[in-house]
Design a binder for this molecule. Structure first.
Ligand SMILES: *Cc1c(COP(=O)(O)O)cnc(C)c1O
Length: 467
């Protein structure tokens, strides 16, 4: 058999047991487990065996690479990230951070047993829908309410329970797609209801609805165009008029509000105003402008909500105890005037004033200058934040941002963004005009110090070059 030549990669790699004995791997194995470190060592050796040429790798360097790989393997998939994008309800980042009260309620529900489906007064079986419902009824001004896993589920259940096999009349201007492939026509098809489009993209009149109503009609549907606006030469029928048309024909008006708000925010229709205007069923999300956990709420007429509750899909779409606990605690903040705006993080972030944001940006810039001023140009600039989550699409939220430029390196803002995103903890920022943009609006208490440390660590990563 031919001997391995001097250039054969096998000659420059140690045996695995020698590698595993090299510091810091024995200590690491004790901390995070031997099997994950062994797997990382195998993967690292395999990866280097693939390289055809090269000089022998010093054992300590190889061990350091294995340690990094083992730590990456050991990291959970779902981790906390720092949101410096300024997008408050960022769907990719999990939308609303919960209030302290909601966090505590979720933790308590998670840790032990609850009266999820038990009536404590009688000892009889109870309903999970009894928990958030009384608060929802009061806050929405509705006869009845129930909670499902998200608003897409709420719309699906409402259509399936109230209009399967029948026509649902909707304006062409409201056949919307909400990010993440929620399309009203597709959801309607899955529910078994038949779409009856009326009007045009920009104009729909009362007569269009009236002409479409017939023996096959099961309901009228209004969808709030959450993530876009039709502007210019437009016409839409108001909710009160639409409700009158529906009721005149003995039909319910269903209203998918998307980002339902319980308090007036930037002129968005509140849930209570939609109910008061005559909508028989209103659906909305728990984790958009409400600022709670992922959930969907169905509220409105008692007989219609009861039909939703008794539909077989309700069991498939029911929320768990943690969702209900977090939602109820979030809703409690809306019970007292002014409390929601000071306690619910999404509302606090949306309400940050220009002065607060300017001071936060100034402090962040000072921290970064002190740590990395020799490597970065650090500037302050006016910019806009977004509500996100398909909410308030045309509302500009003026903000003050920190802009970073790495001196003299091509693609440096992209490289810095990638290094921040893959750091520990990951920091998400925007890249704009070849600068990395950090918006303090979406930073939680204490995170600015972490961002400063993350920027310093990201610069070190860039210095090390590609791993
Ligand atoms: C966001 C949205 C949905 C989907 O809500 P999820 O809670 O994300 O499932 C449905 N309809 C409208 C109008 C929306 O804005």
């Amino acid at each position: 058999m031919p001997q391995p030549s001097a250039r054969d990669p096998r000659r420059r790699l140690p045996a695995i047991h020698r590698l595993l004995a090299e510091p810091p791997l024995p200590e690491l194995a004790a901390a995070i487990g031997r099997s994950v470190v062994t797997r990382a060592a195998r993967e690292e050796l395999d990866a280097r065996r693939g390289a055809r040429e090269g000089v022998p790798v010093p054992l300590p360097d190889l061990a350091a690479a294995v340690a990094r790989r083992a730590q990456a393997l050991d990291r959970p998939s779902l981790v906390r990230v720092i949101n410096a994008t300024g997008v408050v309800l960022h769907t990719n980042l999990g939308r609303a951070p919960l209030s302290r009260a909601a966090i505590a309620a979720v933790a308590q529900a998670a840790a032990g047993y609850t009266n999820l489906e038990l009536d404590l007064a009688t000892g009889e079986r109870g309903s999970r829908h009894s928990h958030a419902a009384p608060l929802l009824r009061r806050l929405c001004g509705a006869e009845a309410a129930m909670v499902v896993n998200n608003n897409a589920a709420a719309v699906l259940l409402v259509l399936a329970a109230l209009a399967a096999g029948r026509e649902v009349v909707i304006s062409r201007g409201e056949l919307v797609e909400i990010g993440g492939s929620f399309r009203v026509p597709d959801v309607m098809a899955q529910s078994g209801a038949h779409l009856r489009e009326v009007g045009t993209t920009n104009r729909t009149h009362a007569g269009d609805y009236r002409a479409a109503i017939g023996g096959e009609t099961g309901a009228l549907l209004r969808v709030h165009p959450s993530n876009y606006r039709v502007q210019g030469f437009t016409a839409a029928v108001g909710t009160e008029e639409l409700a009158a048309i529906a009721h005149g024909a003995g039909l319910p008006l269903l209203y998918d509000l998307g980002s339902g708000t319980l308090e007036e925010i930037a002129g968005e229709p509140t849930v209570a105003s939609a109910v008061a205007a005559g909508a028989d069923i209103v659906t909305f999300s728990g984790d958009k402008l409400l600022g709670g956990p992922q959930a969907g709420v169905i509220c409105g007429r008692a007989d219609l909500v009861a039909r939703c509750r008794h539909h077989p899909l309700a069991r498939a779409l029911r929320p768990d105890k943690m969702t209900l606990a977090g939602l109820e605690a979030t809703l409690r903040a809306y019970g007292e005037p002014g409390r929601a705006r000071t306690e619910i993080p999404a509302l606090v972030m949306l309400g940050r004033t220009g002065d607060e944001l300017a001071a936060a940006a100034e402090a962040l810039a000072a921290g970064i200058r002190a740590r990395c001023g020799d490597r970065l140009a650090v500037e302050l600039a006016d910019d806009v934040s977004r509500a996100g989550g398909g909410s308030l699409p045309v509302v500009d939220l003026p903000t003050r941002v920190v802009r970073l430029r790495v001196a003299g390196e091509a693609q440096s803002a992209q490289g810095l963004a990638a290094a921040l995103r893959t750091g520990e903890p990951p920091v998400l920022a925007r890249v704009q005009d070849a600068a990395l943009v950090l918006d303090p609006r979406t930073l939680l208490d204490g995170e600015d110090g972490e961002v400063v440390a993350a920027v310093a660590a990201a610069l070190e990563t860039l210095d090390r070059g590609p791993a």
